[in-house]
Design a protein around this ligand. Structure first.
Ligand code: SF4
Length: 375
């Protein structure tokens, strides 16, 4: 199979060009064509020598992921379903906001962590995505939206990426880091470290490695103020309990591009949403001295979970306790409800892989269709 150039960060592409006997600056030109201009046809890369274009055409390609569907919500949210082979699909969600365009990207087909409140977790793990498959989501979305909005070549649609789609990104570390580097690279997407967020359920050793290798913004799926409850909701906690997780977060702050860590907290009726638990959360953060902000997420119910969404009043009361203790606390807005892209915990993380599989088997819809028509 031809080499997929989306699998390389700039260093990797330079080494690859080297192996073809090409000068290093060619890699930079090629990198720009691919990521800044969205080119996949070597013939279109007019400032590359004809001989190089011919060479590449024989051995390499820019291989994106096949799009199974693209649905646009009335609120501007757009969701893509990508075919990753073997009957698996991953989802990617674009969320336009007033001041930014956020893309929620998947890192794995399925997930092995098995959080109780997460539909992806309930479906089990299929496989890690390659760097090129992680980047294909951004590559496709950026250039598709660019075209759709008729923007100038220098304008960007996506200026914020959150690794909060399907999968635990830090359990696919080897593929994740080069993908992050491409997102940050000025010759590619040029995103600031503050605008690229890795969200983890708490893979402690990898938080430490990320701090050294590529410290972008960090979000942690916490969901409970104590080990007993977190062991039940996020099984990874049995391996890396809260105290270890907090120590890793504290260390991470030494390199973090933001002066806080975002803690995600999925609000589950009668499970983790009492005032007492909010106070326990405050005590935890004070004890551990981790600069924290909270994002409270209305649970997106699915039958196998046996869990229910907290009432809006309960979520607000929980928020009040945190705010009165001085913690910036937001409640995640539900976006893209009409296209099944609403966040149940982390954007996209609860998108039902069973649904994805059924849809994958039943139809291939390419092109933006109104949500109702796509159901
Ligand atoms: S919440 Fe995240 S880490 Fe937990 S099972 Fe779902 S995708 Fe995996």
């Amino acid at each position: 199979m031809a080499v997929n150039l989306l699998d390389f960060d700039l260093e990797g592409l330079t080494a690859y060009c080297d192996s073809l006997g090409e000068k290093r600056f060619r890699a930079q030109q090629l990198f720009r064509w691919i990521h800044q201009k969205g080119a996949s046809d070597f013939d279109a890369m007019t400032d590359l020598a004809k001989s190089l274009r011919a060479k590449l055409a024989g051995v390499a390609e820019v291989r994106s992921l096949p799009v199974l569907s693209e649905h646009a919500s009335a609120d501007g949210t757009i969701k893509w379903l990508f075919d990753v082979g073997g009957g698996n699909a991953v989802e990617t969600v674009f969320i336009p906001e007033e001041d930014r365009g956020t893309l929620c990207v998947s890192s794995q087909a399925g997930c092995a962590v098995g959080c109780r409140f997460c539909s992806t977790g309930h479906q089990g793990f299929s496989r890690n995505l390659a760097t090129g498959e992680i980047l294909a989501q951004l590559w496709h979305a950026e250039h598709r939206l660019h075209q759709r909005f008729g923007l100038a070549p220098t304008e960007r649609v996506i200026d914020n990426v959150v690794m909060m789609g399907m999968g635990e990104p830090l359990q696919n570390y080897g593929a994740l880091v080069p993908a992050l580097r491409v997102m940050l690279d000025d010759h590619a997407y040029g995103l600031s470290r503050r605008r690229v967020t890795v969200s983890t359920s708490g893979v402690v050793p990898m938080i430490e490695r990320l701090r050294a290798d590529c410290p972008v913004a960090l979000a942690v799926s916490l969901h409970a103020p104590d080990d007993a409850l977190r062991d039940d909701l996020v099984p990874l906690n049995r391996k890396y309990p809260i105290a270890e997780l907090m120590a890793a977060c504290r260390d991470y702050m030494g390199a973090a591009p933001r002066d806080f860590i975002m803690f995600e907290y999925c609000m589950l009726d009668g499970v983790n949403d009492s005032d007492e638990q909010a106070r326990a959360l405050v005590a935890l953060m004070r004890r551990e001295r981790v600069p924290a902000k909270f994002n409270l997420i209305p649970f997106n119910p699915f039958p196998a979970s046996g869990l229910k969404r907290s009432s809006p009043e309960r979520v607000r009361a929980f928020q009040r306790v945190l705010q009165e203790a001085g913690f910036v606390t937001t409640i995640r807005k539900t976006r893209g409800d009409d296209i099944d892209a609403a966040c149940g915990q982390l954007a996209g993380e609860v998108l039902d892989r069973t649904n994805a599989r059924e849809r994958l088997a039943s139809r291939r819809v390419v092109g933006i269709v109104p949500a109702e028509a796509g159901r």
